[in-house]
Ligand binder design. Structure first.
Ligand SMILES: [Zn+2]
Length: 169
């Protein structure tokens, strides 16, 4: 399920700190795709966990490069970071912050440390999040209100799903 919590507080908080920064909170998966379980405690991280995180970072960097080109967003300076749940809205898998003036954006994707999915499924999920966030960039100059949020999420999820389906055929 998509988070039902509205992001007003976060929007306001960011707006207060960075007046030019528009923030979109994002909700990775859409209503028909369950959120992967998140590890609860701060467990010890093993070398294998660290390697999985490194694999994931390389993968999202490559996904970003691929989809930034496909979506004709090469005029943006975009980076993607793996982030822990505390950096995301509850029940979300990613987010994006952008600045329309400088055309800079930063995508946050839930860290591999917090995924319990097997690595291939995790990477598919991360790619979905990257594509989802990039589609939001094309909508960045539209008005954003609490009322527009859920319809936009639905549309972005449908478009992302269609694009990824096409890319895999
Ligand atoms: Zn979204």
């Amino acid at each position: 399920m998509v988070s039902k919590k509205l992001p007003a507080a976060i929007h306001l908080g960011l707006a207060a700190i960075f007046p030019l920064l528009l923030a979109a909170l994002v909700h990775g998966s859409g209503s028909d795709k369950p959120k992967p379980a998140v590890n609860s405690a701060s467990r010890q991280t093993s070398p294998a966990d660290a390697e999985r995180e490194a694999v994931a970072q390389r993968f999202v960097d490559q996904s970003l490069a691929t989809w930034q080109t496909r979506l004709d967003l090469k005029d943006w300076n975009i980076k993607v970071n793996l982030v822990r749940p505390s950096a995301l809205e509850p029940k979300t898998l990613g987010n994006i912050h952008w600045d329309l003036n400088t055309k800079e954006a930063t995508i946050g994707v839930l860290s591999a440390y917090d995924y319990t999915l097997p690595t291939p499924a995790m990477l598919d999920d991360m790619e979905f999040t990257v594509v989802h966030e990039l589609i939001h960039l094309h909508l960045a100059s539209l008005p954003h209100t609490d009322a527009s949020r859920m319809p936009e999420e639905h549309a972005v999820n449908e478009i992302a799903r269609a694009l990824l389906g096409l890319a895999k055929h």
